[in-house]
Design a protein around this ligand. Structure first.
Ligand code: TRP
Length: 73
């Protein structure tokens, strides 16, 4: 499988979770990474990962632009 673009996630609060969801017929969490404020994660969609869920306040840089997730109120 050809590799996809990287996405960059920059946490804007402590305890942001980046959750990888599996590719294939069932969609399950397979990995969870916790970031504290200012930490970044650089990741790709792969053979194993078809979706990501970001929980917490973060800035997400993708090939489509920059989006911000919000902290839960
Ligand atoms: N081993 C995982 C995979 O290749 C690692 C991974 C890639 C990942 N992208 C991710 C984990 C995004 C969490 C979020 O699928």
């Amino acid at each position: 499988m050809s590799q996809s673009d990287y996405i960059v996630i920059r946490a804007e609060e402590d305890g942001v979770h980046v959750i990888g969801l599996t590719r294939g017929t069932d969609t399950k969490f397979h990995h969870s990474e916790k970031l504290d404020s200012g930490e970044i994660m650089i990741a790709q969609f792969t053979e194993h990962t078809s979706a990501m869920k970001i929980r917490g306040k973060a800035e997400i840089h993708t090939a489509y632009g920059v989006v911000n997730s919000e902290a839960k109120k």
